[in-house]
Design a protein around this ligand. Sequence first.
Ligand code: URA
Length: 268
Amino acid sequence: MRRELAAAARDLAAYIKAQDENLAEAAPGSSVVKRVSRPSPAAPPVPTAAEPEVKPSAMTHKKPADMDALAEQVKACRKCGLGHARLNAVFGVGTYKAKVVFVGEGPGFQEDHKGEPFVGRSGQLLDKILETVLGLKRSEVYIANIVKCHPMKNPETPEAHGNDRPPTPEEISACRPYLDEQLRAIKPLCIVTLGSVATKVLLGTDKGISLVRGRAYDYPVELFGPGHPIKVIPTYHPAALLRNPNLKRDTWEDMKLLKSFLETSKIG
Ligand code: URA
């Protein structure tokens, strides 16, 4: 018991230090949105049935070196067939101190070639949304995908266009621990799920995006233990907006909800 209390005190001290560093980074004049308060981690994390135990070291922001090590693991990953066919693993991009993490479905052709998420037309639109609605650059948020490798209809032809397909449930299960590890390291206040696949996976729902968007949810996995909820704001995938510009209005509403949450931390 005494050892657990000492570990919790160490976690609390490390957490406060990390928050101070973040506040210094978001000093007046910076374009980083206002940091909102979060409850302090008074108790060590309690594992839920679905989640492995969260080690005390996971309670602090991880140093980039830890993220680098995870990125190396992803690069070497062959847990599913996608790892054998892809040109580049697409780990994620942005700051590990992000308050919001955007999660897409999986890399496409451009991303597979560049090794970075959302660099094609969808990515350009995502950048525009970030900048115009939220006043943020991609370097001020974190962007990742449900699966880290390009799901291809024909894995023999990674150079072919029009070869994309959604990831299978097996591919998603194999890759999911990497995303949760990224979220544990970043400790965001909020996740924005882009499109039906990311929304269904992260909210554990089978409802389509048009039925669930428009409000915020609690991330159903307790990554940091009780008292550390992460909000999930589902919205349309930028590729859907390219196909149907009428969806832009709803997406703008979702982004305004995110903006107001980041500014006030008050969300239903
Ligand atoms: N679509 C996604 O879901 N992710 C990407 O990285 C690119 C396109």
